[in-house]
Write a protein that binds this ligand. Structure first.
Ligand SMILES: Cc1cc2nc3c(=O)[nH]c(=O)nc-3n(C[C@H](O)[C@H](O)[C@H](O)COP(=O)(O)OP(=O)(O)OC[C@H]3O[C@@H](n4cnc5c(N)ncnc54)[C@H](O)[C@@H]3O)c2cc1C
Length: 236
């Protein structure tokens, strides 16, 4: 799995200051500063009278505490995600507010790619079995696609039919965009011990990126999956 932050919102804080007089905290990231500006805009609360909310961190902690989440919708982050399984894609697709551009199996040849090994199979004898099964599936895919194409079927239609032979663990690449509120929803549900192990790994990567992009919009999330501590406590 390969996850890269490739685009994100840049707040024009100088223009905002010129328009409203509100000066962004120098240490705040662009994404966190935009969320604070949006919140302050609601109440024209340009002064920093309350010490608890006078910093960007304090202000956004209060926003999160009061679930005033719409202010987190203005900034977005876009990720290039490569080498995840089609199973993971199915799960990610349940998050309706994401925007995605996914590599097409109808237009792109699928052979010669590395199978995605689920975390629980890494380091077990079943890993080799899955790799062998994947190779056999690929061979069948190529054979069927080429047969159909030789019979005169358009290549797109031939790929479309032949992909039925591919496994759930076939890799896929995509570009995915979400706003900060949506990413928070996804982290809450998928950086969680109850979630599928592969999507937990993705959520972990995403959270690392998001915490550097907008540390205070994600200040209530630990780097450890939600629920881990309870499991440790129960086992002790
Ligand atoms: C551990 C786990 C197991 C799961 N197992 C399954 C499973 O077996 N089968 C399955 O089908 N799914 C399963 N899911 C997916 C799950 O049911 C949700 O579809 C998924 O987590 C997306 O959540 P969401 O709808 O809150 O997210 P989003 O689609 O991102 O929506 C975000 C929020 O927007 C609001 N919203 C969005 N659309 C609507 C709407 N139409 N009406 C009202 N409010 C809306 C809701 O507040 C929602 O929480 C599983 C998820 C997890 C985390």
């Amino acid at each position: 799995m390969d996850v890269h932050l490739i685009a994100y919102t840049k707040f024009n804080d100088k223009l905002f200051e010129w328009l409203t007089g509100f000066q962004t905290e120098a240490a705040a990231t662009s994404v966190d500063a935009l969320a604070e500006a949006a919140g302050r805009q609601c109440y024209e609360a340009w002064g920093r009278r309350n010490p608890a909310t006078s910093t960007n961190q304090g202000y956004l902690a209060n926003i999160i505490d009061h679930q005033h989440y719409s202010v987190l919708e203005h900034a977005s982050a876009t990720f290039l995600i490569r080498g995840v399984s089609r199973t993971l894609l199915t799960e990610l697709n349940t998050h309706r507010l994401l925007s995605r551009s996914v590599q097409s199996q109808r237009y792109v040849h699928q052979e010669g790619r590395e199978v995605v090994i689920p975390p629980a199979l890494r380091g077990t004898v079943h890993r080799q079995a899955l790799e062998d099964f994947h190779r056999q599936a690929e061979e069948l895919y190529v054979q069927v696609r080429n047969d159909l194409a030789e019979q005169g079927m358009p290549r797109k239609k031939a790929r479309e039919a032949a992909r039925a032979f591919l496994l759930n663990s076939q890799p896929v690449d995509m570009i995915v965009t979400g706003n900060m509120r949506t990413w928070r929803e996804i982290i809450a549900k998928r950086h969680h011990v109850a979630a599928d192990a592969e999507i937990q790994e993705l959520a972990h990567e995403l959270l690392n990126w998001l915490k550097s992009l907008a540390p205070f919009s994600f200040q209530d999330f630990d780097r450890e999956p939600i629920g881990n501590e309870e499991i440790r406590r129960a086992a002790a």
